[in-house]
Design a protein around this ligand. Structure first.
Ligand SMILES: Cc1cc2nc3c(=O)[nH]c(=O)nc-3n(C[C@H](O)[C@H](O)[C@H](O)COP(=O)(O)OP(=O)(O)OC[C@H]3O[C@@H](n4cnc5c(N)ncnc54)[C@H](O)[C@@H]3O)c2cc1C
Length: 441
């Protein structure tokens, strides 16, 4: 594109963090372009199905993979300083309790050193952890946790008010000229080897020069529905729709008053139960949010899809006892006997697209011209809201750094070791039949 040629037009499907950030960065970089953001839910809707729609999310740069450390630091600088994101960011610290040594903590600290990043971070022992934050984590399950350095505490990390930040980002894009359309997209339209646009559930067709799929866990189904016989278009093993359960914990006034001083707390103990549980302060509604340890899928035919009966929106609130119990485990795991007494409400199943390496996909689709994919947060994508769109725009312009282009490609070499998250073969249907055992498993 030369400076005098008109900008292409864009359709962005999905207004989670990938779509919202893409819309904002696109309109900022080409103010006169026709950019339409489509989602089944209005961005102002009080409840949405997006993984990005949530009470709060962890914001951190603590990563074993230095690429995400760097990206996290870039995003965090904006969470701290950009007037758009700053009102929603709370730097309360994060405590990671890791059983069986703490290679994650060691790698995270090494990454900060390598990048010369100033962070208030260190790996500490169990007894020191118990004494921090007025004994907040004194009842946590520290089984198999290294007594000297099993807990990574990063006071430069924190959390964000998620749905509020997402909504503000979309509003900022709309204010600059992005058109927001509420519609269910049935499929992408490919004619003569080029993606021409999308077709809606009601049959209406929207066209644009470039179509960017930011459709999260719904992507594999959308691609199959677009052309059931055309395997080259389908996601195949590139991503799997997987879910985790979350809930909120309302707090009595005395506890609520301490929320501002509480860190995000994460515990992977016991590892054989699943991934990790966590708990985040939610000071604006006097609550914590917790998430469970069991990652599961809903396999139907060749793919996993988010539950959709009677609708995506209702299905996310229909949480079986066994999964409610899984979130309650977070209270036991982090606060011991005291935690078990706390009430829980607002149980929700949250779906995300997970890749085998937990890397995003930000890439042209290799099967057709005009179609691009930017999604697959792999349970860690939210924190990058301020910067994701910058990289999507670079990808669209063919200017993405070669290493990132390779890492986030649609067609890339799959890792020899599949990520812990995607390895989970727990099926939703099996959780339905399972009676919760006395210990909650
Ligand atoms: C329980 C849980 C906790 C998490 N905690 C954190 C955390 O603390 N920190 C962090 O950084 N990350 C976290 N994540 C990960 C993060 O939330 C996701 O990686 C990220 O939000 C994914 O964004 P997305 O834009 O790809 O997808 P989504 O947010 O799911 O957005 C996809 C959008 O596409 C729309 N859509 C899809 N198909 C269609 C269609 N056919 N027609 C119309 N619209 C459609 C959907 O309605 C939706 O709005 C968590 C995830 C989960 C599940």
């Amino acid at each position: 594109m030369t400076s005098s040629s008109p900008s292409p037009s864009y359709l962005i499907i999905g207004s989670g963090v990938f779509g919202a950030s893409t819309a904002l960065h696109l309109i900022q970089s080409r103010p006169s372009a026709s950019i339409t953001l489509i989602d089944r839910d209005a961005h102002t809707a009080p409840i949405r199905v997006a993984a990005s729609w949530d009470w709060n999310k962890v914001i951190r740069s603590d990563y074993a993979d230095i690429v995400y450390t760097r990206l996290g630091l870039e995003a965090q600088a904006l969470w701290r300083n950009d007037p758009l994101f700053k009102p929603f960011y709370h730097e309360s610290g994060v405590a990671w309790i890791s059983s069986g040594g703490n290679p994650f903590g060691e790698r995270a600290v090494r990454n900060f050193e390598e990048l010369g990043a100033k962070q208030d971070v260190r790996s500490i022992g169990v007894e020191e952890t118990k004494g921090l934050w007025d004994g907040f984590l004194k009842g946590a399950d520290f089984t198999e946790v290294d007594g000297e350095k099993g807990v990574l505490v990063n006071n430069s990390s924190g959390w964000a008010e998620a749905k509020e930040a997402l909504q503000a980002t979309i509003q900022a894009a709309v204010d600059l000229g992005v058109k927001y359309v509420v519609a269910e997209v049935k499929g992408v339209v490919v004619e003569e080897g080029t993606c021409k646009g999308v077709v809606m559930a009601e049959g209406e067709r929207l066209e644009a020069d470039r179509v960017v799929l930011c459709t999260g866990a719904y992507t594999p189904k959308l691609l199959i529905d677009s052309a059931p016989e055309w395997e080259g278009l389908h996601a195949g093993g590139r991503m799997v729709a997987m879910a985790v359960t979350e809930a909120t914990v309302p707090l009595e006034e005395v506890e609520a008053r301490k929320l501002g001083t509480r860190p995000v707390a994460i515990n992977d103990n016991p590892k054989e139960r699943g991934f990790e549980v966590g708990c985040l302060p939610l000071s604006n509604i006097n609550a914590f949010k917790c998430w469970g340890q069991v990652i599961f899928r809903n396999s139907t035919g060749d793919i996993s899809t988010p539950l959709q009966s009677p609708s995506y929106k209702e299905a996310q609130w229909n949480v079986p006892e066994s999964l409610q119990d899984d979130v309650r485990w977070a209270l036991r795991s982090l606060f011991g006997a005291d935690g078990e007494k706390l009430p829980m409400e607002n149980f929700r199943i949250c779906w995300d697209a997970v890749t085998p390496s937990e890397d995003f996909i930000i890439s042209p689709h290799s099967a057709t011209k005009g179609l691009y994919v930017a999604t697959c947060g792999s349970f860690h994508g939210f924190k990058f809201l301020p910067v994701l769109g910058k990289y999507v725009v670079e990808m669209l312009d063919g200017k993405l750094d070669p290493a990132l282009k390779k890492k986030w490609a649609w067609d890339r070499e799959q890792p020899s070791i599949i990520s812990h998250k995607q390895l989970s073969s727990v099926e939703y249907r099996d959780l339905l039949d399972k009676q919760p055992a006395e210990n909650g498993q």
